[in-house]
Design a protein around this ligand. Structure first.
Ligand SMILES: [Zn+2]
Length: 346
């Protein structure tokens, strides 16, 4: 992304009501296409965000989308002329400095984005009850409804992945079976998947993205955005709670949209693993509290580190949902409780 893009976005910002920088490569303001909410003067649903090397605009109210150049043009045509000129000059300098310019090889494989890319695999429900893969899934206490469409067996993980992402694993040596967890979008299409090792193979979880731009969010096909959304880290943990999604190894503080709607902080309840000694988790909790999201901090009496372990230790889904309700905190109360939890368990 060119610094010129950011410079011109800032140049037009006085013409964008409620303009605010929200994060690295993320800006928010009232939509200049639809004028945003007429009822509320404080609603701002236009976003500029980065995708690959460029900035784009998207409105979550009217659905308008534009390149940064077109947004600038729409807001102020004079600034647009300057922007084009400056971009042109910059590219010219770049060309002369690096000449002769090798033409960048732009390989584009259309994302495989289908419902049936797992059709060559057997779902766990299709395996005999004595099959080791089925036994592992059942030993984890995973509810039966997930065995037919949400968990599969892949006999050769590297080889299978290479059929979807060319040359992902250049060598097939050490290939092994994995439990497959498909990440589906709201339409049920698979855009990523996670392979969990059955044995000691490392890493224990490998996540493959079929669409590089998609965030690794699991459970979008089941999430009801009109109800409180619960967010955990692991896809398997999410199977034990209602309306629960998982951000696989990702940042809990990123903007999250479901079904095309950006979720408000209050609509999300973030459930961290019960690991006060894990520095990375503590960092994430602090960041999430400062954003104003609801955060679950487990009671000191809880000795198990994640939801699956709680289930295996005999807690029912209802028990866990009650503990979550009783231990959800926000803002100042969350900061206090977090400090305590960290100290007592350190
Ligand atoms: Zn709009």
């Amino acid at each position: 992304m060119s610094y010129i893009d950011v410079k011109y976005l800032n140049l037009i910002s006085p013409m964008l009501p409620l303009f605010k920088k929200k994060g690295d490569n993320l800006w928010n303001f009232r939509c200049p296409y639809c004028g945003d909410s007429q009822k509320s003067r404080t609603k701002a649903r236009g976003y500029v965000f980065r995708r690959k090397a460029d900035l784009f605009y998207k409105c979550h109210n009217c659905g308008a989308g534009a390149t940064l150049a077109n947004l600038i043009k729409h807001v102020d045509s004079k600034t647009y002329d300057d922007y084009i000129l400056e971009r042109y000059r910059e590219e010219g300098e770049h060309r002369s400095k690096n000449s002769p310019v090798p033409k960048p090889e732009f390989k584009f494989d259309a994302p495989v984005f289908k419902k049936d890319i797992f059709k060559s695999l057997r779902s766990i429900s299709q395996l005999a009850s004595t099959h080791p893969a089925r036994r592992l899934v059942e030993a984890r206490g995973i509810p039966e409804k997930f065995l037919s469409n949400d968990l599969y067996l892949c006999e050769s993980f590297y080889k299978f992945t290479n059929t979807l992402v060319k040359n992902k694993f250049p060598s097939l040596s050490g290939d092994h079976p994995r439990l497959m967890i498909p990440f589906r979008n709201e339409e049920g299409e698979i855009f990523a998947y996670q392979g969990r090792a059955f044995g000691k193979e490392l890493p224990k979880y490998i996540t493959i993205k079929l669409d590089e731009d998609a965030d690794k969010i699991y459970g979008l096909d089941r999430a009801d955005k009109n109800k409180q959304i619960y967010v955990v880290e692991g896809p398997i943990d999410s199977m034990f709670l209602d309306n629960c999604i998982a951000v696989a190894g990702a940042d809990f503080s990123k903007p999250l949209s479901i079904g095309g709607r950006l979720m408000l902080n209050g609509e999300l309840t973030i459930i961290f693993d019960n690991e006060p000694r894990n520095k990375e988790i503590c960092k994430q909790i602090e960041k999430t509290i400062s954003q104003g999201r609801n955060v679950v901090i487990w009671p000191d009496s809880m000795k198990h580190k994640d939801i699956n372990d709680m289930i295996l230790a005999g807690y029912s889904k209802k028990d866990i949902q009650q503990i979550i309700t009783d231990n959800t905190f926000q803002t100042a109360a969350a900061s206090l409780r977090f400090a305590e939890w960290r100290k007592i368990n350190a």
